[in-house]
Design a protein around this ligand. Structure first.
Ligand code: G3P
Ligand code: CA
Length: 296
């Protein structure tokens, strides 16, 4: 899929200029494949990380949904962002202490701004993968760390359980597994070498002002056998796409909720853009040109 970046009504008044502008942007974008990703299923449009959000995302031109995975006390994978349930649900507690039955009894739409028509369960990873398979979109799975009293840990067996669910649902070619906990990513490769992985990068885990910072980042991703680097948008610099590509890596940017920024980053050559507002992709995409570009 090649994305042509246009704004609504932008070219409507001067048809000749419109054609030139479209062709120019088409030339810029034609060799470049860009994945459009709904962050937490599109958390500005529906309760985050719920099946309702994922279904809503599928009504827009998205190539993938991003979701967060944690593990219940009794060992089930649940799609949920925070380590505690208070911000998003009508429940209380830390995921480390809660069993699946309790988590499933909660309403994950409880605090959605403006309300939501029906209560939403916290999905299991399997449910989300099944929905994505039926919707023919990819899934960016972020494996979260557990957290208690400010201390991070790894849910026991979470990497193995995620890989098991991906393989069991037939999604191995449509999944990217990412984490800020970089050291779990080689285990994914050991278990299923063809599964794609990516390091998540923020200033918490990478110092962009350190010596040879970019070269080190690229070397680390390569050493971990990753295909992707997924970067906090605030850390993006224009030389990154070419440098990462030369290193055999693809570059994803999160989380971008401004149309002008999406457009600029797409033109700068990044490989995926993640947003809370997947409706913005309907503005960015010009499907008329995608079929022509597929011809080369
Ligand atoms: O895609 C990466 C991004 O989702 C990481 O941030 O806090 O939204 O999970 P967070
Ligand atoms: Ca995430």
């Amino acid at each position: 899929m090649v994305i042509l970046v246009v704004s609504p009504g932008e070219y409507q008044e001067k048809p000749f200029k419109k054609e030139i502008a479209l062709l120019l942007e088409y030339r810029i974008m034609r060799a470049h494949i860009l994945q459009r990703v709904a962050h937490r299923g599109g958390s500005a449009l529906a309760p985050e990380n719920t099946l309702a959000a994922f279904r809503r995302a599928l009504t827009f031109p998205v190539d993938a949904i991003e979701l967060d995975v944690q593990m219940s006390r009794d060992g089930h994978l649940v799609v949920f962002h925070d380590e505690t349930v208070e911000r998003l649900t009508n429940g209380v507690g830390n995921i480390l202490d809660l069993d699946l039955t309790y988590l499933r009894s909660l309403d994950a739409s409880a605090h959605f701004p403006g309300g939501w028509p029906e209560p939403q369960h916290i999905p299991t990873l399997r449910e989300a993968l099944d929905l994505a398979r039926q919707g023919k979109v990819e899934v960016y799975i972020e494996i979260k760390s557990s957290r208690r009293n400010g201390l991070s840990g790894r849910y026991p067996g979470i990497t193995e359980a995620v890989v098991r669910d991906v393989l069991a649902t037939g999604m191995r070619e449509r999944v990217l597994i990412m984490s800020f906990d970089w050291s779990l990513l080689p285990l994914v490769k050991d278990l299923a070498p063809d599964l794609r992985t990516g390091i998540l990068v923020s200033e918490d885990v990478w110092n962009p002002r350190g010596p040879a910072a970019l070269a080190h980042l690229i070397a680390q991703a390569q050493a971990l056998r990753c295909e992707w680097i997924h970067l906090d948008s605030r850390l993006f610099t224009p030389e990154m796409p070419a440098l990462f590509h030369t290193g055999g890596l693809r570059l994803g940017i999160w989380t971008v909720n401004d149309l002008a920024d999406l457009r600029w980053l797409a033109q700068a050559g990044v490989d995926s853009l993640t947003t809370d507002q997947p409706d913005l992709f309907a503005v960015l995409a010009n499907q008329l040109f995608s079929s022509e570009s597929d011809k080369g």
